[in-house]
Design a protein around this ligand. Structure first.
Ligand SMILES: [Zn+2]
Length: 260
């Protein structure tokens, strides 16, 4: 009887959290101030920098859906073809298919296959090289905002963490204030696998910062994220299906401004 009560409570909490996400993101009161000045909407060129094909769907889809639905011009730079498992070109194609689902214009998606930026746990990526490559994208597309991993990179993967260090290196070298960078906050393991339930804590924590350096973005279309991830057929195995369902990153992203 006790177990039944716990299971029912968890289901109720899960459904209530999902309702909160869907209701808040569709209601007028959710005019979250991220990238909106309150007056006329200003459309920005935004660059999402990721390490591997599938990072966008697994971790950043709330951010992508938020930006696309508000008409911002999103570019994606993927720094490797994710060929640790020898599926390089397949994975590149899968990224394009996932981006089509997420409504990111395909001509704005770039995947690199650089000899010094190969996918893998033992591969150290040079932050100066990363800063140079990301910097070229920024100036080439008149980017006003970069979004990427934080220092832990969600999973602790060294490629994710190096991408953060490369972005930080770049942003610290840029003197003009017109380019800013934001990082996706990594959460602890309990929050990471709490699915939509994490939304309550994310909102509370983001409210603590009233100076505009932290924003909590709720996923308006979690099902779309699931479909985007499914386009990564070579990766779409049972444990990733579980991950995408139970990961809080499918439902909410907390972004924090990187100090420059
Ligand atoms: Zn990755």
């Amino acid at each position: 009887m006790g177990w039944l009560l716990i299971v029912v409570s968890l289901i109720v909490l899960w459904v209530a959290s999902l309702c909160k996400i869907l209701h808040t993101s569709s209601s007028a009161s959710s005019k979250a101030s991220f990238l909106s000045t309150g007056g006329a909407p200003s459309k920005k060129n935004v660059l999402l920098v990721i390490a591997h094909p599938d990072d966008e769907s697994m971790f950043f889809s709330p951010t992508i859906n938020y930006l696309i639905s508000r008409g911002h011009n999103l570019y994606i730079l993927c720094l490797s073809i994710g060929n640790a498992d020898g599926m390089g070109n397949t994975r590149k194609e899968e990224l394009y298919q996932a981006c089509a689902v997420l409504k990111v214009p395909l001509q704005q998606v770039k995947v690199l296959d650089h000899p010094n930026l190969q996918d893998g746990f033992g591969q150290k990526w040079d932050k100066n090289l990363l800063a140079k490559i990301i910097g070229e994208e920024v100036s080439g597309h008149d980017i006003g905002m970069i979004i990427t991993f934080d220092n832990w990179g969600v999973s602790g993967h060294c490629n994710h963490r190096d991408v953060h260090h490369g972005t930080r290196k770049l942003i610290q070298g840029i003197t003009e204030r017109s380019v800013e960078a934001w990082e996706l906050l990594s959460t602890n393991i309990l929050r990471k696998y709490s699915g939509p339930v994490d939304v309550w804590l994310s909102i509370l924590l983001a409210m603590k910062y009233t100076n505009g350096i932290t924003h909590c973005l709720l996923n308006e279309q979690p099902l779309k994220s699931f479909h985007a991830m499914a386009e990564h057929s070579s990766q779409w195995v049972w444990f990733r299906k579980l991950f995408v369902s139970f990961s809080s990153y499918t439902y909410v992203n907390t972004l924090r401004k990187i100090d420059n």
